[in-house]
Design a protein around this ligand. Sequence first.
Ligand code: A3P
Length: 343
Amino acid sequence: MSIASQAFSLSSVPKCSHEAQKERANMALTFDKYKGRLQMLPKERGWITGNLYMYQGFWHQSMRIISIETVMALQDTFKAHPTDIYLATLPKSGTTWLKALVFAIVNRNRYKNNSLSTHPLLISNPHNCLPFIETEVYRHTPTYAKPHSPRLFATHIPYISLPQSILQSNCRLIYLCRNPKDVLVSMFHFANKLRDKSGSLLTFEEAFDSFSNGVMPIGPYWDHVKGYHKVSSEHPGKVLFLTYEDMKTDTINHVKRVAKFLGYPFTEKEETEGAVQEIIRLCSFENLSEVNKHGNLREGIPNDAFFRKGEVGDWTNHLTNEMSQNLDRITREKFHGLDISFN
Ligand code: A3P
């Protein structure tokens, strides 16, 4: 559910079921438990809701499903397993796509003999198939309590703020990043889609200024990317570092690479039979956006909020030359000496 989850607070958790009631109660307790720690933190204006708070060098929202309180609660309680797989991203970097691909790769034998129309990705949002640890922490019956292996999770938490047990376990992470200019544009549209209808919409200039100053949900963009890039360079067997642009340009080889990294390589027979292409088709923007045209996630976020254009380079339709040059300069400075580039 990416940053969208941040747009929804207690009031958006369904009220009906026992499960939902427990979830609301857990959230209320968590918000209460950590509220004292928020008071001293630096604040800035938020993109979707009121404020962003600086915690461990990153800007987080508060009193939301994905929030500063969630990060603190996870740091206090989350237990990783060595067989876990984590997908880490900044919002709007292609999280939904990566979730779909990894879910489809890891579970390909489980659904092989089912009729295609019953594959979970054809009836549900990828965010329901592969949850964020941020949402799991409130659950009455969290997915992570279920006895299956590997457990697949996503997270937007910066590397430095991950729960210790993830850092210390042998589990694997995939980090997906995207050209900052496209992240800015995608986030701008997403934020305005989810902003309180009563409030005014963000202008692109406002979004640009905040982004350039590092102020975006779970930003600064550059620090988030650098945190995961560093550990990927030092421990390539633990963190696989990918870009949205490379994935778009050469999806086949990247899907194979992801499968191999996760310990689920495609066999020659599978490759000959077109298993890779089948997964790519299943997870394509066209297919997923069609499946998710209607309905909401359980947090109340419209399913279609995660599917806008799915293209590389839409920033050219939004940024002036001056804006583009400014962001290029910041990116050059921040990524100086690092092999991070976007096709
Ligand atoms: P745009 O707003 O540029 O279209 P996230 O999942 O991290 O929230 O990122 C959302 C971005 O990924 C959106 O970008 C969305 O359109 C794009 N996206 C969603 N599903 C995709 C898919 N199957 N393939 C490629 N891009 C996808």
